[in-house]
Ligand binder design. Sequence first.
Ligand SMILES: NC(=O)c1ccc[n+]([C@@H]2O[C@H](COP(=O)([O-])OP(=O)(O)OC[C@H]3O[C@@H](n4cnc5c(N)ncnc54)[C@H](O)[C@@H]3O)[C@@H](O)[C@H]2O)c1
Length: 343
Amino acid sequence: MDSTIKQIIQTIFNNLKDELDVNQKNILVTGGAGFLGSWICDILVEKEANVICLDNLTSGLKDNISHLFNRDNFQFIDHDITKPIHFDKKLDLILHLSSRASRGEFEKFPIQILKANLLGTWISLGIAKKYSCPLLFASTSEIYGNPPPEEVPTSEEYYGNVNPIGPRSCYDEGKRAGEAFVFSYYLQHNLDVRIVRIFNTYGPRMRSGDLYGRVIPRFIEQALKNQPITVYGDGTQTRSFIFVSDEVEAIIRAALLNSARGKVMNIGNELEFKIIDLAKKIKNLTNSNSKITFYPLPKDDPLRRSPDTSKAKKFLNWKPKISLEKGLELTIKWYRKKMQIYK
Ligand SMILES: NC(=O)c1ccc[n+]([C@@H]2O[C@H](COP(=O)([O-])OP(=O)(O)OC[C@H]3O[C@@H](n4cnc5c(N)ncnc54)[C@H](O)[C@@H]3O)[C@@H](O)[C@H]2O)c1
């Protein structure tokens, strides 16, 4: 296994020492071959849970999980979660992460994205109800849309400012409806549910390229190839970035701790960063000769994004630990190696 990947798994594993008791528990991770799902599978397998990773490999990769295929406590099911499925053993926990999640995919696969977050969530909830097991739903900061300045940092109390028929609405409204579905099962059936609103997460295993390329992998790849670094708008729009080890630790805590039952929590890093400054930082860290070039800002792109994470800090006994600098160094190291391997 790649040394950076090993190091990150060890970090998450150590940070979770106290909270984790998943020994022999049957845990379903939908979207388990994706960026976040594969890290979650890694940790749960290491902790001796029986992990069922369900994925239709649309945006996920077998490469992310192939090192787990020889583990007795890991099973991969190639399945589309929008279609019914039967399990022959009782499940103890479901983490529902299945959904394409990149801007390029919003334009190309809007119907599949809506289906994953509506039908896929409904099917996952039905399974959780059948086995009376907790379900964690991976929601997103995008449910807030474009908040006004007085709502940044954004708390869970803010209801959002979202275009229901724009180019991003399949994702933004799909996740909002997914949350409504999850909470309806909580209210009507008293199902044990937890919702995490994930803010921009980055790290090794994120896919790059036009379709999948979220901002950090795109900038890193462009910088490493000495190609122009493409900034949309003038770069003064902001995002807050959290390293994958911090995000995955919080998601697993939210799935396992009783204090998260029935709660909705922002999971991210509060530090707000201008996209132009991110481009410059990545250019420096990669010693790149790339020029920074500017393109028009896409429709409905949020101008500011930063979470209020006081709720997660309180209920999960957690806080992000990895600085942007350190996280970028680890991520760049991984991409550098990957690009050499695939050259
Ligand atoms: N990474 C982030 O910064 C971020 C931010 C906010 C929310 N999220 C949410 O977290 C979850 C995981 O995101 P990610 O970054 O790992 O994305 P990803 O695209 O890497 O992972 C999603 C996984 O879901 C699978 N999938 C998609 N549709 C499916 C279906 N119908 N049936 C079965 N599997 C399906 C994909 O093949 C992929 O493996 C998503 O729900 C996403 O919306 C992620």
